[in-house]
Design a protein. Structure first.
Length: 140
């Protein structure tokens, strides 16, 4: 969902990206709205500073991991990482060096600042790496 400055209305509106095809970005505002199609160059001329990414927190990761996250959340994260194939992850509620390094590797793959913290963007990347979840997947 993008914040768009609509010149004709002289107002900010919010439009959803419905698809991207042949270098064109398709946007719509309401169900049944025929929407509009813009090139990236044209879109950047009217796009505001805000974009929203709706997503579902499938595994209930609470807070920023490890900062404000409870041990149960760290344990769930480590089980998720193990399921993703990181066999070196020790299953416990401690956010250790190995876990941080695995998270930093994932962050680099998705061009997220590799700080080792699991915030909203890293959570989305983790879910994207889980093909069994019935979600749209981002590509890098």
């Amino acid at each position: 969902i993008l914040e768009i400055y609509w010149p004709e209305k002289m107002a900010l509106v919010y439009l959803a990206v419905t698809r991207i095809e042949n270098q064109q970005i398709f946007l719509a505002g309401r169900p049944g709205d025929k929407g509009l199609s813009l090139s990236w160059a044209d879109l950047t001329k009217i796009m505001g500073e805000t974009a929203y990414i709706p997503w579902k927190n499938f595994y209930g990761y609470d807070g920023i991991i490890p900062g404000s996250a409870p041990a149960d959340t760290v344990l769930t994260l480590k089980m998720h990482l193990r399921d993703m194939g990181f066999s070196e992850i020790e299953i416990n509620g401690v956010y250790d060096y190995t876990t941080r390094k695995v998270i930093q590797t994932l962050q680099r793959k998705y061009q997220i600042q590799p700080d080792g913290l699991v915030g909203p963007l890293t959570k989305i990347a983790l879910y994207n790496e889980t093909p069994s979840l019935n979600i749209p997947h981002i590509s890098n």
